[in-house]
Structure formats: C-alpha cells, structure tokens
Design a protein. Structure first.
Length: 193
C-alpha cells in the first residue's frame, strides 16, 4: 500500500465544521448504539451499550465550556432523537478529524486511486498518540480487549462516513470541471463555424 503523505499543516476547523463534527460524532455513536442494542445475548454488546450510553449527555446537562458553541447546530437539527456527546468524546472525534484532515486532501487523490482510503487512514489513526490519549480518557471502564474492539468499530464507522463525504465532494468537483470543459469546447466549435 502506498504511503499517505501528510500535509505540513492542515487547515484549522471553522465554527460550522466543528458543529458538523459534533453532529456526525453523535450520529456515529447512535448508529453503533442501535447495532449493539439488537445484540441482546452478547455480554460485550451490553458493555458497549453501557459505555455509549455514558457518552450521551442530556441537553440540559451539557454545561458551559470552551467548545459549547459546537452544540448549537446540533440543537437546531434535533427533533428529539439525536445523540448529544460530552466534551471529552467530542475531543476524541476532533483528534480523529485532525488525522483525517492531515492526509485527505486533493494532492493525495492519486494515492487514493491505488489504495483503500479507509485502511490507510485507520493505520494513521492507530499511530496517533493524541487519538489514543483521548480514547483512554473516555473508555477507561472497559477491559483492554473491549477497548480495542470498540475503538475499531467507532473509528471504522467514522471513517466510512468521512471518506464517503470526501469522495462525494471530489466527484462533484470533477463533474463540474468536466462540464465546464465541455461547455468551452462547444463555444469554441460555435466560434469556428
């Protein structure tokens, strides 16, 4: 698998991106919660449900913090079923996003054509010290094997969503470029006549 070059410095997230990240983080956790609730006979699934439930904070308990602004968009989108994550969980997801942003950019498109983006990013995330620190802060109640399994599930679900979004934008940009070049060719043909 080709190496993923990192950007020297990834662009900082603006306020709307941070709000969207909080929303997406809650979506990932809610999706996993539904999955594990269906596995009623599995003790591991029950442990994961307990951990995921502890990460879901009622809206009135969120409290003031430096990153409170990230929950504004979530509150506007909420029709009653969204997963409100606490700030430590948000910090974990932000550390994932930092790793993803440092490797997923238009300069790496040729590398992605030759490899599986999700596998390459998962490897980079596993190598990130800050990701593991944040993970251990939010997942201390699980045994080591459970921590690793839940980590893999959370990260893979996040990466699937994140990579699909990146590829949608990439395809949209490519189509726009192709359409504009087709229009230019049509205009030049008309001028030639």
């Amino acid at each position: 698998m080709p190496a993923l070059p990192a950007v020297a410095h990834s662009s900082p997230m603006d306020e709307s991106e941070e709000q969207a990240l909080r929303y997406c983080s809650g979506y990932v956790l809610q999706k996993l919660m539904k999955k594990y609730k269906r596995m009623t006979s599995s003790k591991t699934a029950q442990q994961f449900c307990e951990v995921l439930t502890s990460w879901n904070v009622p809206v009135e308990d969120e409290g003031e913090s430096v990153i409170e602004f990230t929950s504004l968009w979530l509150e506007m989108q909420n029709r009653g079923g969204l997963f409100h994550i606490d700030n430590n969980v948000y910090t974990f997801f932000k550390s994932l996003e930092v790793v993803v942003r440092s490797h997923v950019h238009k300069e790496n498109i040729d590398v992605f054509k030759q490899s599986d983006i999700q596998v390459a990013l998962f490897t980079r995330i596993q190598e990130s010290h800050s990701v593991w620190i944040n993970w251990n802060n939010i997942c201390s109640s699980l045994p080591e094997q459970g921590k690793l399994k839940l980590f893999e599930e959370v990260v893979k679900c996040f990466l699937k969503m994140r990579c699909e979004a990146f590829l949608r934008v990439y395809v949209m940009i490519r189509k726009a470029i192709e359409n504009s070049s087709k229009e230019r060719r049509k205009k030049s043909k008309k001028r030639a006549k």
